[in-house]
Write a protein that binds this ligand. Structure first.
Ligand SMILES: Nc1ncnc2c1ncn2[C@@H]1O[C@H](COP(=O)(O)OP(=O)(O)OP(=O)(O)O)[C@@H](O)[C@H]1O
Ligand SMILES: [Mg+2]
Length: 266
């Protein structure tokens, strides 16, 4: 069977995804045997200590990076079977990104940065759409400014507006609220939650912040490239508790722990 078909409830499915960087004699293993799925219209947070593979997981799920092993299916497309042109088209039409570094083009204004994906797709934004999205991220007054004239948090909000304006099926956001003050972060998180609940978009967000993660329906925890835990209906306390345990987990020897008796708990 070449293509996986049938189950249309998942926007993205990862099966046994592994990612290894660098040379064979000195590899960095960024992901190990990650299997999970992101249901349509769901909002998932991905957490883990720095270097645990959260960005790599997102890049692989979004077709921006190729896993070394395993499979990624996005909206029934097996990414490993697609060539670069097909991948580019899929990313352009179906996926929105908010990168850890904002990836704004310095010579373009806020408005031009936001509409760039639509222009690349040869589409025109619906009347009022760009103004409305810029208003939602609190940048209505800054549409003619260039990124260098904005703060880090404002640049981040331009990147979020750019991801939203294309109305993609899946939005991947890597630490979208990392540079924002509490109040602006809350507005952005509400916007992301609204996008999943009302607009049916699938949101996958990497964050280090338990409060940000509590806006999601589900939190996945990574340690040393491995999916080690999952929490549904999170709240800031339950997320912080798991993160504390995860810190202890990440400090352990990454060798198989089969010989370790972890108190008989599962
Ligand atoms: N291009 C690369 N070449 C070699 N190693 C890489 C490359 N990209 C990432 N890595 C390594 O893979 C591991 C996972 O990196 P990744 O960027 O996914 O971490 P992260 O969980 O996003 O961390 P942070 O929270 O600090 O952003 C790290 O050890 C990193 O050094
Ligand atoms: Mg990262």
């Amino acid at each position: 069977m070449l293509k996986l078909t049938g189950d249309t409830t998942d926007a993205v499915r990862l099966t046994a995804v592994g990612k290894r960087y660098g040379r064979r004699d000195n590899p960095v293993v960024a992901l190990r045997d990650v299997t999970t799925q992101f249901g349509r219209g769901t909002f998932t947070a991905i957490m883990g200590p720095s270097g645990s593979g959260t960005s790599t997981l997102m890049q692989c799920a979004a077709g921006l990076d190729h896993p070394t092993s395993g499979s990624v299916v996005l909206e029934e497309h097996e990414l490993g079977e697609m060539n670069e042109t097909e991948l580019t088209r899929l990313r352009r039409d179906r996926i929105g990104f908010v990168f850890q570094s904002f990836n704004l083009l310095p010579v373009l204004t806020v408005r031009q940065n936001v509409t760039l994906p639509l222009q690349l797709a040869g589409r025109k934004p619906a009347p009022g759409l760009v103004a409305s999205v810029l208003d939602q991220v609190g940048l209505a007054q800054r549409s003619n400014h260039r990124p260098a004239e904005l703060s880090g948090g404002q640049q981040q909000r331009v990147a979020i507006a750019r991801a939203l304006v294309n109305d993609p099926a899946v939005i991947f956001a890597d630490e979208p609220t990392g540079a924002l003050d509490t109040r602006t972060a809350r507005d952005i998180l509400r916007l992301l939650r609204y996008s999943s609940q009302a607009a049916g978009q699938t949101i996958v967000m990497v964050t280090h912040d338990p409060v940000a993660a509590s806006y999601a329906d589900r939190v996945l925890f990574l340690a040393d490239g491995r999916l080690v835990d999952e929490l549904r209906s999170p709240n800031p306390d339950s997320v912080a508790n798991r993160m504390t345990r995860l810190g202890a987990f990440a400090d352990e020897d990454p060798a198989p722990r089969s010989a370790t008796n972890r108190g008989g708990q599962r």
